[in-house]
Design a protein around this ligand. Structure first.
Ligand code: NAI
Ligand code: MG
Length: 497
């Protein structure tokens, strides 16, 4: 199979090419209403394209296409679907640089440190799930020797996926690749801040998949996301975003009695014991806080508890390292840190910094703002490391989704475990120590869906990912996630007498 799309690594030109469109039933189409909204480059404030402003009429069209396509898609042998999804992965690999540049343009995430990495994981998720197609197996049940009893895994039907802007490619891939392999068809509603790159992904995938299997809508949450969740022909919703919106989605889904997967926020703790390797722990705080992504991550290690023996050295080294990160044009290879996604997020993060200072915290602002006049209107914000801050100050308790972390000094292990678990969230946690017993003990007691010892890797295929408590419902990224969230189990009993 060869692609019909030409690579386009000029993100400004590509943004224009994709302007003002949904992708429904294999074709780029304008919104039924004809309306659009601005897509803004957060590094300059310039409008780079329009996005189609979807509403219930567009949802109807996309769901109808998905319903029609599913009839044939689900009848294909599982491995054939898997091969096509793996082929999507191969095709996405060819487009990695193009996608990385476009996502850097619309989200402000630095190309070298963030956007390229994300575009790579995107392709990998399709290859991974494509290979799992033959695992869509059922069981045989020893119920009665005269009755052959088996279970089979059937697709649910049409899956509605609602995605955020922070890692739109990867978070989308972890939803749609398993949904498609399992025999469902999909309608995605992109985040209003980042509609273009996921649309391009949809275009690339539609070069491989039959029309209608994978449809993409852009639009605002209440106008376009809400009717998708409420649509009578959508059989499953998978959502990543805020707790607040997650609850709205859950309530609507409850009315319709359809299953949901919710990937929500976090306030993840990082515990650095007195015997930890200081350099490794500081490196882990930088990657864990996603400073190069302006902290815009649900797993950000934003509560850092450091033993008194290491505290001052840790703060000094972390400050030095974050200071050395270069903030600038997201598309510049030399840039480590890009921008905040939107003016709203920018103001929200600044509000948390002010609230932390008001609560008596010491705010260390790091990493110089860019001086290039072309970036004067960009949403650049200095990362802030809070020390001497009260454990109940707003930046210490609430999800900020920005480059702000709080460092606390501790001496007592039991106290720090209690404090780490003292959060409504339970997404991720890390512990840094050379002592095996401490590591094992903490790993078992930390209330989180994703716990790491002496490292801070990002989520990737085959590692179960998702939260407990207010951080979500259901896990993603594994074989089990595909079976549990994108199929229904049916029992078949054949009486042989
Ligand atoms: P959001 O949860 O409102 O948006 C996420 C997605 O849900 C977007 O596609 C949006 O259009 C859609 N949406 C919004 N309202 C909806 C509704 N009523 N029905 C259906 N879909 C709807 O998050 P937002 O406004 O982008 O950011 C607010 C805060 O949420 C951030 O500051 C951050 O704390 C958190 N957040 C967490 C994310 C995560 O990965 N867990 C991702 C994005 C934001
Ligand atoms: Mg919102």
């Amino acid at each position: 199979m060869s692609g019909t799309l030409t690579l386009n690594t000029d993100p400004f030109a590509l943004a224009k090419e994709l302007s003002g469109k949904h992708l429904i039933n294999g074709a780029l189409v304008a919104a039924v209403s004809g309306q659009t909204f601005d897509v803004v480059n957060p590094a300059t404030g310039q409008v780079v394209a329009q996005a189609a402003k979807g509403d219930a009429a567009d949802v109807d069209a996309a769901v109808a296409a998905a319903v029609a396509a599913q009839k044939e898609w689900k009848r294909r042998p599982a491995r054939e679907r898997g091969k096509l999804v793996a082929e999507c992965g191969r095709r996405l690999t060819e487009h990695t640089e193009e996608l990385a540049r476009l996502v850097a343009l619309e989200t402000g995430k630095a190309l070298r440190t963030e956007s390229r990495v994300e575009a790579g994981v995107l392709a990998d998720a399709f290859v991974f799930y494509g290979g799992l197609a033959s695992e869509l197996k059922g069981e045989s049940v020893p119920f009665n020797p005269d009755m052959l009893t088996v279970t089979v895994r059937e697709p649910i039907g049409v899956v509605g996926a609602i995605i955020p802007w922070n890692v739109p490619l990867m978070l989308m891939a972890l939803k749609i690749a398993p949904a498609l392999v399992a025999g469902n068809t999909v309608v995605v509603k992109s985040a209003e801040e980042a509609p273009l790159t996921v649309l391009r992904v949809c275009q690339i995938l539609n070069d491989v998949l039959p029309p209608g299997c994978f449809n993409m809508l852009s639009g605002f949450g209440p106008d376009c996301g809400a009717p998708l969740v409420a649509h009578k022909d959508v059989g499953k919703i998978t959502f990543t975003g805020s707790v607040e919106t997650g609850k709205i989605v859950y309530k609507t889904a409850a009315e319709r009695l359809i299953p949901v997967t919710l990937e929500l926020g976090g306030k993840s703790p990082m515990i650095v014991m007195g015997d930890a390797d200081l350099d490794r722990a500081v490196g882990g705080a930088i990657s864990g806080m996603r400073f190069t992504r302006q902290g815009q991550s649900c797993t950000a290690s934003s509560r850092i508890y450091v033993h008194a023996d290491l505290h001052d050295a840790f703060v000094a080294k972390l400050t030095e390292k974050v200071n050395a990160l270069k903030m600038g044009d997201p598309l510049d290879e030399a840039t480590d840190i890009g921008t905040i996604i939107s003016r709203d997020q920018y103001e929200k993060v600044k509000g948390y910094v002010e609230a932390g200072i008001k609560a008596g915290g010491t705010a260390n602002a790091c990493s110089a703002l860019p001086t290039d006049p072309a970036l004067a209107k960009g949403l650049f914000l200095q990362p802030v490391i809070f020390t001497d801050i009260a454990r109940d100050a707003p930046p210490a308790r609430e999800e900020i989704f920005g480059p702000v972390c709080c460092i606390f000094k501790f001496t007592d292990y039991e106290d720090v475990i209690t404090e780490a678990n003292n959060s409504e969230y339970g997404l991720a946690a890390t512990i840094w120590t050379r002592d095996l017993r401490t590591a094992m003990n903490a790993a078992q007691r930390l209330e989180a869906g994703f716990v790491q010892v002496n490292q801070n890797l990002v989520v990737q295929p085959n590692l179960s990912y998702g939260g407990i408590k207010a951080s979500g419902l259901g896990k993603e990224a594994t074989l089990e996630a595909m079976l549990e969230h994108f199929t229904e189990k049916k029992t078949i009993i054949i009486n042989m007498t």
